[in-house]
Design a protein around this ligand. Sequence first.
Ligand SMILES: C=CC1=C(C)c2cc3[nH]c(cc4nc(cc5[nH]c(cc1n2)c(C)c5CCC(=O)O)C(CCC(=O)O)=C4C)c(C)c3C=C
Ligand SMILES: [Fe+2]
Ligand SMILES: [Fe+2]
Length: 387
Amino acid sequence: MGRVGVLLLNLGGPERLEDVRPFLFNLFSDPEIIRLPIKGLQKPLAWLISTLRASKSQENYRQIGGGSPLLKITEAQATALQQRLAEMGREVSVYIGMRYWNPFTEEAIERIKRDHIKKLVILPLYPQFSISTSGSSFRVLEEMWQQDPYLRLTEYTLIPSWYDHPTYLGAMADLIARELEQCPNPDQVHIFFSAHGVPQSYVEEAGDPYQREIEECTRAIMRTLNRPNQYTLAYQSRVGPVEWLKPYTEDALKGLGEQGIKNLLVVPISFVSEHIETLQEIDIEYREVAEEAGIEHFQRVPALNTHPMFIESLSQLVVRSLEEKPTTFEQITHPKANMKMYPQERWEWGMTTAAEVWNGRLAMIGFLAIIIELITGQGPLHFVGLL
Ligand SMILES: C=CC1=C(C)c2cc3[nH]c(cc4nc(cc5[nH]c(cc1n2)c(C)c5CCC(=O)O)C(CCC(=O)O)=C4C)c(C)c3C=C
Ligand SMILES: [Fe+2]
Ligand SMILES: [Fe+2]
């Protein structure tokens, strides 16, 4: 075997407040996040949403120190993984490819080519697969493999998801147990798994396995923890007007408050690093909701970051995938080309007369929305929850 590389895939996050708007533009330009029937409308809509959402999003990043800690943590994970693999006798170079911010996936691939990597393990830092996360990064890579004859000579294997890996489950259970042990009555604490949401249509229409993998993962963590605590699973971070996976974190917190739950331990489950949704959304926004609902003790389990057992699980995944038959892009869940991802409404897809009329109307609505929002700071996009 020639030189071996591991490519860690992640979302990326704005490091400074000035990065927020272009980061959001990249995110909303992704057809796996918003898919419009006409490709040409994708960038104008991404520009519109990112311009109008930027100030609210910047305020959230300001509350966590002015930027996302995601790159620093991912770098520390990459270094720890490379060291652990070296200890196991595997000389492997670890690369980071972010989907929406530096260092972009494309840059990582350039470095991989420069280093003459012959075999590449592609490992998303998302335990569960979603079309909107790992699937989106895989699509970008698949296109590169199709277009680049040099890359086609590089052997690769994908690790689509690893939510059920025993060492990862052990690391999650360890983090939860450590927090519980600090509580006066550990068995009375209600464990609250908060997963990042996705629109319901991803699961119901596009066949995204995300919800099933989240549910199985939650049950497996509880089995590994092996304690009698009651638990709840809910979905956070809804964006936009469509239905997302339920129950929503906010509603579930209110419901638990009404049931008289006083002690809550929140476990972020879809992501392995601290980021805006843990540090701002859970620690600040959901804490307030919980306290208003009568929950007196609101604690959160830290993200895995460089937990040694977690790094061990990543190294085991890499070694196993080098020994097994490769998993290729064709084996991954792809949404259908005309799949409506968002916004969701009754719609007949294709270049029908109705589509032509509606494209014109959508463009008009978009530009009216910009003008109203810019003049008043309020408007239809605030109303539907995009801003
Ligand atoms: C597994 C985790 C994630 C899923 C699934 C996911 C889907 C998803 N996200 C958006 C919209 C936004 N996401 C944003 C930031 C963001 N998203 C995730 C993870 C998942 N997203 C993370 C870890 C982060 C934060 C990165 C960081 O800065 O630390 C944002 C920007 C922040 C904001 O303005 O709220 C948006 C917008 C959609 C629409 C979606 C599924 C379709
Ligand atoms: Fe997100
Ligand atoms: Fe969010």
